[in-house]
Design a protein around this ligand. Sequence first.
Ligand code: UDP
Ligand code: MG
Length: 314
Amino acid sequence: MPFSLAIVVPAYNEAQVIDSFHSRLGAVLDAIDATAHIVYVDDGSQDETWARLCALADRDPRVEAMRLSRNFGKEAALTAGLDHVDADAVVVIDADLQDPPEVIPALIERWREGNDVVYATRGERDGETRTKKFTSAAFYRVMERVSDTPLPRDTGDFRLLSRRAVEALRELRERQRFMKGLFAWIGYRQAAVTYHRDARYAGSTKWNYWRLTNLAVEGITSFSTAPLRIATWLGVSAAGLAFLYGLWVLLKVLIWGDPVRGYPTLMVVILFLGGAQLLALGVIGEYVGRTYSESKRRPLYYVESRRGGRPPFT
Ligand code: UDP
Ligand code: MG
C-alpha cells in the first residue's frame, strides 16, 4: 500500500554535510514504496546552507526548502517543518548524519504495526566523551524521578510520527519547547527501534555544556513543578528546625541564665537561612520567567522564503 511520507530536516550551518546527507536520504527513499516529500528547514544559517538547499530543491522534485527569518533554534525549526507537512507519516531527522537515514525503513515498519510515535533509540555512542555520556545518563535519571511524563532514555529527536501525532504536536504552542518531552507527552502508542549513533560526519556540534545545562533546566522546569515543591519543603523544615532551636535557646536562658554568647551559631543560622531563601527565590524566578515568556504568546518562528513546491499528493 503506497502512502505519503514526509521528512523534516532542520539545518543550521550544515553546508558541509547537506549534500551527502541528501544523497544518502534520497537513496533510502528510492527504496521505499511511498510518495516522499522532504522539507529542509534552514534555521537562519550564516554559511552556504541556503544556497545548497535551493540547488537541491531545483534538482529534486521531492525537496522543499524553507528558510526562517533568523536562527530560532532547533526546536523552532522542527516545529516550522512539522507545521508545514501533510503526510501519513512524518520522520524527523538531523542533517548532520548522526541519525542514519538507513533506519527509516525500520521506523516505517513499526508504524505500520500501528504505532503512532516510533523513536529511534541510540545503542552505543561514538565520538562522545565519557563525561558527556555520564551527564546525559544522570539527566535522564533525574528527569525520570521528577517528571510526570516518563521520557524514553537515550533518544534524540530522530523519530517517526503518525498523522495524528503530528496534529497533536501542532496544538502544543508553548515557547519552551523541550521536544523530547512534547513527543512523549502527547501519548498514543509509542515504540522504539534501536540503532547505532555515529559521530558527527563533519562540522562541529552546536551544543556545549552551557547549552546542555540550560536544556536540562528547561526540560525539568517545563515538565515538572518538583523544584517548587522541594523549595516549599526546604522552607518548612528550616522553619521547623529554627522553631525547635529557638525553644531550646529560650529554655537555656530561663533555666541557666546563659550569658551572651553564640556569635557562631547566629552567623550559621543567618547564612543558612539567607542561602535557602535565595535558592527558593531563584527557583520561583525560574517559573515566573517561564510564565512571562509564555504569556507574550509570540509566534515560534517566521518564514523568510521558500523554494520548491509541494508534491501532488497535498
Ligand atoms: N540545528 C538547528 N538550529 C540550531 C542548532 C541546530 O536547526 O540552532 C540543527 C542542526 O543543523 C542539526 C540538528 O539541529 O541538523 C542537530 O544539531 P547538532 O548536531 O548541533 O546537535 P546534536 O546532534 O549535538 O544534538
Ligand atoms: Mg548532531
